[in-house]
Design a protein around this ligand. Structure first.
Ligand SMILES: Cc1cc2nc3c(=O)[nH]c(=O)nc-3n(C[C@H](O)[C@H](O)[C@H](O)COP(=O)(O)OP(=O)(O)OC[C@H]3O[C@@H](n4cnc5c(N)ncnc54)[C@H](O)[C@@H]3O)c2cc1C
Length: 369
C-alpha cells in the first residue's frame, strides 16, 4: 500500500518533494513507516470527477475538508496522499494531491472497516475537518496547479488528472498480486486432485475436474503474459495506448476469483473450511475485481481506448522505436551485444577457471538479453 501512495506522489510531486516524502512512506528496518493513498469517498469511488473533498487556500496553508473511505493504512499512516478538489467546476482536472502527515489536527480515523478478505491489512474510513497543511504540501507546487487549472478552463485537452494517472500506473502491480492468489489456488487444486480418489481413481482423472483445471491454467498464463507485457511496456516507456495496464488487472483479478473458487470446489468440503487456505484465497481474490478500479471500470478504459483507435491498424501496442547512441549500439537486446555475449560464453567455456564461473551464471548473463 505504501507503493500506491508513492506512485501517486511520483506522478504529481516536484523532485524535491519526492526526496522529502518518499523515505517517509517506507522508513527503514527497525523504524517502519506507512503511507496511504486517499481517493475514494462514501458517495462513490469509480466516478473520480465527483469526489467532494475540498482544499481551500488560506494564507500560507491549505485547508482540507471531506470524507474518505476504504483507505488502506488510513489514519495509521505516516504520510497520507489525499486527493482534494480545488475547483469543483473542472471535475477531475480541478483536483490536486496533498500530503497530510499522520497526526495532523483535523484528520480523524472514523472507524477501521471489517472486511470479507485481505484482513491482514488495515482499511479505514477517514474524516478531514478543517485539516490544515502548509502550502508546500500541495504536490507539484502552486504554479503547476495554476497552469493545469488554466489549461482546463481554456478547454485544452492536455494536463490529465494526477489521480487517474496514478491508478493507471499501479494496475500491473495489483495484477501481479492477483496472479499470486490464482497460482497458489491452481497449485493447491492440482495437487489435491492428483491425490484425492473418488470412484476408484484420482479425481484429476475425471475430465469434469481436469478440464476446469486446464482452463484456469491457460487463463492464468494469459493473464501473466498480459501483466508482463504491461510491466515491460512501462519499463521501456512505451505508452499504454490500448488499455494494456487495465487489461492486465482485469484478467488477472478475474482469473484469481475463478481459480480460488475452483480450488474450493475441487477440495469439496475440505475447501469450504479453514483446514485449507482455499477459502481465504477466495475471500482475498474478490477484492482484486473491486479496488484500484473495478472490473467494469477496466472494461470502460479498454472500451474507450478501442474507440479512440477506431480506423487505426494494427490493433496492438507499438514496439519502442530504435534506440540511438551507445544504448542503441550495444545496449541490452541489441544484435551486437548478443553476438559478443555468445562469443564470450564460448571463450569462457574453454578456459577451465572460467568454466566453473560460466556454469554458475545464468545463461543470459553474458548476452544481457
Ligand atoms: C478493501 C478495499 C481497499 C481499498 N483501498 C483503497 C485505498 O487505499 N485508497 C482508495 O482511495 N480507495 C481504496 N478502495 C476503494 C476502491 O477503489 C473503490 O471501492 C472502487 O473504486 C469502487 O468504488 P465504489 O466502492 O464507490 O463503487 P461504485 O463506484 O459506487 O461502483 C458500484 C458498482 O457500479 C459499477 N459501476 C460504476 N460506474 C460504472 C460504469 N460507468 N459502468 C459500469 N459499471 C459501473 C462498479 O463497477 C461497481 O460494480 C478500496 C476498496 C476496498 C474494498
Amino acid at each position: 500500500m505504501p507503493a500506491l501512495a508513492l506512485s501517486a506522489m511520483a506522478q504529481a510531486s516536484t523532485p524535491d518533494q519526492l526526496l522529502r516524502w518518499a523515505p517517509q512512506c517506507f522508513g527503514q528496518p527497525g523504524d517502519l513507516k506507512l503511507a496511504a493513498l486517499c481517493i475514494s469517498e462514501p458517495q462513490g469511488g469509480s466516478d473520480v470527477k465527483n469526489l467532494q473533498t475540498t482544499a481551500t487556500r488560506d494564507g500560507d496553508d491549505w485547508v482540507l475538508d471531506g470524507h474518505k473511505i476504504w483507505i488502506g493504512n488510513g489514519g495509521i499512516a505516516d504520510v497520507h496522499v489525499v486527493n482534494a478538489t480545488v475547483d469543483p467546476e473542472l471535475g477531475h482536472r480541478g483536483q490536486a494531491l496533498f500530503v497530510v502527515p499522520g497526526g495532523t489536527p483535523g484528520l480523524e480515523m472514523v472507524r477501521k472497516l471489517e472486511k470479507l478478505g485481505c484482513r491482514a491489512s488495515h482499511t479505514a474510513e477517514l474524516r478531514f475537518e478543517d485539516c490544515r497543511v502548509p502550502a508546500d504540501h500541495l504536490l507539484g507546487g502552486y504554479d503547476a496547479l495554476e497552469n493545469r487549472l488554466k489549461q482546463a478552463r481554456e478547454g485544452d485537452p492536455g494536463g490529465s488528472s494526477p489521480t487517474l494517472g496514478a491508478f493507471e500506473q499501479t494496475r500491473p502491480m495489483v495484477a501481479a498480486q492477483a496472479l499470486g492468489i490464482a497460482r497458489a489456488s491452481l497449485e493447491l487444486a492440482r495437487d489435491y486432485a492428483s491425490d484425492r480418489e473418488a470412484f476408484g481413481e484420482p479425481i484429476i482423472e475425471k475430465q469434469g475436474v481436469s478440464f476446469q483445471l486446464a482452463d484456469v491454467a491457460a487463463e492464468l498464463d494469459a493473464a501473466r503474459l498480459l501483466t508482463w507485457r504491461a510491466a515491460w511496456m512501462a519499463a521501456e516507456k512505451v505508452p499504454w495506448q490500448h488499455g494494456e495496464g487495465s487489461m492486465s488487472k482485469l484478467k488477472a483479478s478475474e482469473c484469481a476469483v475463478r481459480a480460488s473458487e475452483l480450488a474450493i470446489q475441487v477440495c469439496g468440503g475440505y475447501g469450504y473450511v479453514r483446514d485449507k487456505p482455499a477459502e481465504k484465497w477466495y475471500r482475498d481474490a474478490k477484492l482484486y475485481t473491486i479496488f484500484e478500479g473495478t472490473s467494469e471500470i477496466q472494461r470502460l478504459v479498454i472500451g474507450r481506448a478501442l474507440q479512440e483507435a477506431a480506423g487505426e491498424e494494427p490493433l496492438h501496442h507499438r514496439f519502442p522505436g530504435r534506440r540511438g547512441g551507445v544504448s542503441g549500439a550495444v545496449g541490452r537486446g541489441t544484435e551486437r551485444r548478443s553476438k559478443a555475449g555468445a562469443q564470450l560464453t564460448k571463450t569462457a567455456l574453454k578456459a577451465p577457471w572460467l568454466k566453473e564461473f560460466a556454469r554458475m551464471t545464468p545463461t543470459n548473463f553474458w548476452s544481457g538479453s
